[in-house]
Design a protein around this ligand. Structure first.
Ligand SMILES: [Zn+2]
Ligand SMILES: [Zn+2]
Ligand SMILES: [Zn+2]
Length: 482
């Protein structure tokens, strides 16, 4: 490779820039270590788990006895370094903040796991309820290159035909998993971009209708009027969204049947996992959402793709090779740390057409974002807010959604954790009526270069500690079994 003068100059400038930054970081590290509040600051950063973009708050929390007005406990940032306290950014995306994303995955694991195995306010008897693990997919919007295993070819075709744009209809290549071509359309002009983003915009409604159809199917099979099904059973679910390489979402869901009062009551005997499975299959095959005719778009009907997976979930340690509840919880938790970014999209909203031209995404994802932008201004589609959701390719849902009765919430898990760090109410005299008063305000966010290095070190140490702990637990199990 020939280096041009411009390349060489850029390379020298780049190296000089790195050296300059390194010395900035060093200077900052020395400054931090010499601050009188350094040990306490370090404790704060440890408490955030080494969060990459902490939020700084100033204020106070006071616990007062409601009867006497006496101050029982008090925490104030006046005595903290910089008169502020660091809290986690709580971003669930691994690409934004690895430590907070790990915490979020852990929360999701517990949330999904308690709905399957009990715990965190869910009785352990739920393990005897019918539980399914279901994957629902988007239909095809045009042929895309696909990564395959075992040297299988992408789209083999003997006749070597071409589309109306003169592009080959087949592809004889073998794409590795990291091949940037995987997920890209064989012909971008043939690919149905409007249907793809509009399907995304209606996927939430498609899901809601599916849940209602499953309930209807269960009522019909049992000979119960649909309006009375709630007197017999309740259907709970937790679902996560996964973006595939082609930029289309998949839903992975745990669906559980409970008795009429939720997880603490058993479902009726006739409500078996097999019947639930049949209800899911028939609902997925029949449910549709239609969009009225629009000039330039036409009339569209949205359905699920043909690929549907329904697995019965067995108790952990099942030896018949079925999916176990532990495995499902881990599998689901893995998806929440991934975002559209992993499918080649972005994690932040798009503000203008220029943004779409500049974001570092594949041509396919750029075309999907551009389609959201273009359709977003059409009369009759405003309610889909396609421009505001261009970065998620038109899909408006959360990464994880669950029905109320499924299990605990993120909020409850966070409250339980906050009680450990902040002002605790435990140990107070039983005769008191404690009232918590809090006044907090945002005073800043992010790290200085030196602080960033220290936080990253803390986050790495925590990962190592967790691995050591896991090994010790495994070793103990091994010696217990021996
Ligand atoms: Zn964070
Ligand atoms: Zn291909
Ligand atoms: Zn074509």
């Amino acid at each position: 490779m020939q280096l041009t003068t411009a390349d060489a100059r850029r390379s020298v400038l780049h190296r000089a820039e790195r050296l300059r930054r390194l010395s900035d970081t060093e200077r900052d590290l020395i400054r931090l270590a010499n601050e009188p509040g350094f040990p306490r600051w370090l404790e704060q950063i440890k408490a955030t788990g080494g969060c990459a973009h902490p939020i700084y708050l100033a204020g106070r929390t006071t616990v007062v006895d409601a009867d006497t007005g006496q101050v029982l406990r008090r925490y104030d940032t006046d005595t903290e370094p910089g008169v502020r306290m660091a809290v986690r950014c709580r971003n669930r995306r691994e690409s934004r903040c690895a430590p907070c994303s790990r915490l979020h995955s852990g929360d999701t694991f517990h949330l999904v796991r308690s709905g399957l195995l009990g715990g965190k306010s869910v009785p352990v008897t739920v393990t005897a309820h019918p539980r399914l693990f279901v994957t629902l997919t988007a239909p095809s919007f045009g042929a895309v290159h696909r990564a395959t295993a075992d040297d299988e070819r992408c789209h083999p075709r003997r006749d070597g035909g071409a589309c109306e744009h003169g592009r080959p209809l087949g592809c004889g290549h073998v794409h590795a998993a990291d091949d940037p071509a995987a997920g890209q359309p064989l012909c971008a002009d043939c690919y149905d971009y409007p249907s793809h983003v509009l399907w995304h915009a209606h996927a939430g409604e498609l899901w809601n209708r599916t849940i209602r159809a499953i309930r209807r199917h269960l009522a019909t099979s049992a000979g119960i009027p649909q309006s009375k099904i709630g007197d017999h059973l309740r259907l709970s679910f937790a679902k996560v969204t996964e973006y595939q390489r082609r930029g289309a979402v998949h839903f992975h869901a745990v669906i559980r049947l409970d008795g009429p009062d939720g997880p603490s009551t058993p479902p009726p005997d006739w409500a078996s996992a097999e019947l639930l499975g049949a209800a899911v299959r028939s609902a997925a095959a029949s449910v549709e959402v239609s969009m009225p005719y629009l000039p330039g778009v036409g009339e569209l009907v949205f359905r699920w793709g043909g690929q549907l997976d329904v697995h019965s979930i067995r108790r952990a340690f099942a030896d018949d090779g079925a999916v176990t509840d532990q495995a499902v919880a881990a599998y689901v938790a893995k998806y929440v740390s991934k975002g559209v970014g992993d499918a080649g999209g972005t994690d932040y909203p798009i503000r203008s057409l220029d943004d779409i031209a500049l974001v570092p995404v594949s041509a396919h994802v750029r075309a999907l974002m551009g389609t959201c932008w273009r359709l977003g201004r059409l009369p009759g589609l405003e309610h889909l807010r396609l421009r505001a959701w261009a970065h998620t390719l038109g899909y408006r849902g959360h990464c994880l959604t669950k029905s109320r009765a499924y299990s605990t919430t993120y909020g409850e898990l966070r409250t339980a954790r906050a009680a450990r760090h902040g002002v605790s109410l435990s140990g107070l005299d039983a005769g008191l009526s404690p009232v918590v008063e809090s006044v907090w305000r945002y005073v800043g966010s992010g790290h200085t270069p030196g602080a960033e290095l220290i936080a990253a070190g803390i986050a790495d140490d925590l990962v190592v500690l967790r691995e050591i702990r896991r090994e010790l637990v495994a070793e103990r199990r091994w010696s217990d079994a021996a």
